[in-house]
Design a protein around this ligand. Structure first.
Ligand SMILES: NC(=O)c1ccc[n+]([C@@H]2O[C@H](COP(=O)([O-])OP(=O)(O)OC[C@H]3O[C@@H](n4cnc5c(N)ncnc54)[C@H](OP(=O)(O)O)[C@@H]3O)[C@@H](O)[C@H]2O)c1
Length: 246
């Protein structure tokens, strides 16, 4: 974790769950953290928490699915902290529903946030990283990336499969220029992700899947992200696959 001291990290989806836990862990390890999500008041509260504990954080409210906002926020973070060493593409959504009778707008929203957004934010940070031949992009995918996920989470599984493939390709594109690329694929983790599901039955099913004593905690996934980030720069942790023990 010593290697994270003074590094500048941008974490998307920092207002809840895995992103929040990752921002806290990075802040405690001495990284300077740019917090991105839509809910400004949550980002401000997290910012205070990290700064009060002796860290350095700043909030940048944005919709990750906006290509324009990705460019503007990355420019603002570089203006504020001087550079970006680490991007954690964590923001993600799930919109359960079968394909038969499914809502194509749900599929588009899922791909906008889970696939296109990490592509926008990766491109936005790469100009500065490539110029310095240094940087690390970590993206949070899912166990659903392989094997299709649950029967009613097909669009989510397709999006996570796509983003895992994107990261494999990106690593081939920029690895030789000194940029590290890591994909983190968690299984069931107790976060707020069920609360964003509008369909009541699906929300209840996801709640009971995610909130029992056997699932992982957001801090477990944050620890895996920080493990990958804190390796020697000559080491690229390509993929971290995490499942609950029971
Ligand atoms: N929990 C699990 O079991 C699990 C398992 C495997 C993978 N994952 C993945 O882990 C990642 C984090 O999920 P989580 O479980 O921590 O979920 P969560 O508690 O619901 O947090 C999701 C975060 O993403 C942000 N977000 C969503 N849409 C956004 C948008 N359009 N613009 C900006 N920020 C947005 C939310 O912030 P705002 O609402 O404030 O914008 C929030 O901070 C996701 O990629 C998810 O697919 C989760």
């Amino acid at each position: 974790m010593q290697r994270l001291e003074g590094a500048v990290a941008l974490v998307t989806g920092a207002s809840a769950g895995i992103g929040r836990a990752t921002a806290l862990m990075l802040g405690a390890a001495g990284a300077r953290v740019a917090l991105v999500a839509r809910r400004q008041e949550r980002l401000d509260a997290l910012c205070d928490e990290i700064n009060t504990a002796g860290g350095a954080a700043a909030a940048f409210a944005a919709d990750v699915a906006s290509e324009v906002q990705a460019g503007a926020v990355v420019a603002a973070v570089i203006e504020h902290f001087g550079r970006i060493d680490i991007l954690v593409n964590n923001a993600g959504i799930i919109r359960p529903g079968g394909i038969a009778g499914g809502d194509a707008q749900d599929w588009r929203d899922t791909f906008d946030v889970n696939v296109l957004a990490p592509m926008y934010w990766s491109r936005a940070v790469l100009a500065d990283m490539l110029a310095r031949e240094s940087g690390h992009i970590v993206t949070v995918s899912s166990n659903a990336a392989k094997g299709g996920g649950a029967p009613t989470n097909n669009a989510y599984a397709a999006s996570k499969h796509a983003i895992t493939a994107f990261c494999g390709g990106l690593r081939k594109e920029v690895g030789s220029r000194g940029i590290r690329v890591t994909i983190v694929e968690p299984g069931a983790t107790a976060t707020e992700i069920a609360e964003t599901i509008t369909d009541e039955t699906a929300r209840a099913a996801m709640r009971s899947h995610l909130h029992n004593e056997t699932v992982m905690q957001a801090s477990d996934i944050a620890a895996a992200i920080c493990y990958a980030l804190s390796q020697h720069p000559r080491v690229n942790v390509d993929e971290v696959w995490l499942t609950p023990t029971r």
